[in-house]
Design a protein around this ligand. Structure first.
Ligand code: HEM
Ligand SMILES: *[C@@H]1O[C@H](CO)[C@@H](O)[C@H](O)[C@H]1NC(C)=O
Ligand SMILES: *[C@@H]1O[C@H](CO)[C@@H](O)[C@H](O)[C@H]1NC(C)=O
Ligand SMILES: *[C@@H]1O[C@H](CO)[C@@H](O)[C@H](O)[C@H]1NC(C)=O
Ligand SMILES: *[C@@H]1O[C@H](CO)[C@@H](O)[C@H](O)[C@H]1NC(C)=O
Ligand SMILES: CC(=O)N[C@H]1CO[C@H](CO)[C@@H](O)[C@@H]1O
Length: 343
């Protein structure tokens, strides 16, 4: 009887192990994977530092919509719009970095490393390059086969949310209010388009100038002079999310919030609730403490509703799901083409 129980347990073991993510997941199956991602991110960030912000945001958007399954990377098709076609995604950037990392990895070890993991690694490398924040990323995510435009709209937090709206949005993903404040510190790099914050500059019904009282008046006037009331999410005018250290991933974002210099309603909302304000003050005062909390919360976010084991697939091209009909023949001819290309 005991032997039988043991046997059942042993049989279940691989499934149990694979149900969670693991640091060094590709150490045996694709040793150069993390180095290749790092190279692709480093070369892109060297020519455009904003890409680091783009990749950190992309991982967040991936995880909040259908879990961290690479669904944010899928291209839409006519009549079948994807997450990246939705309004919150209009300004994501860094797709080509994921494509470059994926090509390099497929050349080294085809069919092994998921796009969802590549994105998680790329977000980590971005935090290192932009803020000297280093951490290990548990991996083993598999790629999903579904991406739906409407799900981005219903899952991602809107920049107009107030404190309770933000807390509720993150709670849906089992993230605490403190983790929400910690993760918002990603807004210490990157930019936002005027359309994301004109609600703080104009009366949204009359269009008259009306600066949000929680925003520094002089800063509001400056922003208002740059951003017309008619701005949309794609009007190509942007402002830095952190006006103190715009390109460095650090805790200065919280210092800016203390001075009413938060850009989005959702940023400044973190000082309107006493419990959230206490977190803001702590993060503003303790740079290293925030950095540690930031990478811990990012790892937790990176485990939201992941596909593991034999769920999902390892996508060949991060923008499209694998074709089920071609299967093995497609893999062989892809290998053949790679062989030709390398000469
Ligand atoms: C708390 C709720 C959040 C809201 C409402 C929010 C909203 C936004 C908005 C509206 C933008 C500007 C997009 C644009 O106009 O181009 C933005 C940018 C950004 N967000 Fe968030 N975000 C939130 C949380 C997060 C989290 C958790 C992360 C990552 C951990 C993140 C990372 C970023 C980054 C890095 C940028 C700059 C992107 C770039 O420069 O390309 N955000 N966010
Ligand atoms: C990066 O952080 C490490 C400790 O985490 C520190 O020893 C090192 O000096 C930092 N480097 C820079 C360039 O700030
Ligand atoms: C936050 O926003 C929600 C939804 O818009 C609203 O019902 C609630 O009253 C607001 N809370 C505060 C404290 O303003
Ligand atoms: C949150 O936790 C509950 C209870 O453990 C779980 O059922 C649910 O799937 C989790 N949700 C997410 C988004 O991880
Ligand atoms: C916008 O202006 C109208 C008309 O003056 C006013 O009734 C309304 O309260 C204003 N909206 C806000 C959010 O202040
Ligand atoms: C509908 C739409 O404009 N989607 C865009 C989402 O973002 C990517 C990258 O900027 C664009 O290529 C898509 O066209």
């Amino acid at each position: 009887m005991a032997r039988y129980v043991l046997l059942v347990l042993l049989a279940a073991l691989p499934a149990l192990c694979m149900a969670q993510l693991k640091i060094g997941f590709y150490d045996q199956t694709c040793p150069p994977a993390e180095r290749l991602v790092r190279q692709a991110v480093a070369s892109a960030v060297a020519s455009n530092p904003g890409i680091a912000a783009g990749l950190i945001r992309m991982h967040f958007h991936d995880c909040f919509v259908r879990g961290c399954d690479g669904s944010v990377l899928l291209d839409g098709t006519p009549g079948n719009l994807a997450e990246k076609d939705a309004i919150p995604n209009l300004s994501l950037r860094g797709w080509e970095v994921i494509d470059a990392a994926k090509s390099a990895i497929e050349a080294a070890c085809p069919g092994v490393v998921s796009c969802a993991d590549i994105l998680a690694f790329a977000s980590r490398d971005s935090a290192d390059l932009a803020g000297n924040i280093t951490y290990k990323v548990p991996a083993g995510r598999r790629d999903g086969r579904v991406s739906i435009q409407a799900e981005a709209l219903t899952n991602l937090p809107a920049p107009f949310l107030n404190a309770s709206g933000l807390i509720a949005n993150f709670a849906r993903k089992n993230l605490t209010a403190a983790e929400m404040v910690t993760l918002s510190g990603a807004h210490s790099i990157g930019r936002a388009h005027c359309g994301a914050f004109t609600n703080r500059l104009y009366n949204t019904t009359t269009g008259a100038v009306q600066i949000d009282p929680t925003l520094s008046l002089s800063y509001g006037e400056l922003l208002q002079s740059k951003c017309p009331a008619s701005s949309t999410p794609t009007t190509p005018i942007t402002a830095r999310l952190d006006i103190i250290t715009a390109d460095v991933l650090d805790n200065k974002y919280y210092v800016a919030l203390q001075q009413q210099l938060g850009l989005l309603t959702s940023d400044q909302a973190l000082t309107t609730d006493p419990a959230l304000k206490a977190e803001v003050d702590e993060n503003a005062g303790r740079p290293n403490g925030w950095a540690t909390k930031f990478h811990r919360a990012t790892v937790k976010m990176g485990a939201i509703e992941v596909l593991t084991g034999s769920q999902g697939e390892i996508r060949r091209n991060c923008r499209v799901v694998n074709s089920r009909r071609l299967g093995f023949e497609a893999e062989r001819s892809a290998g053949f083409l790679r062989g030709v290309a390398s000469f």
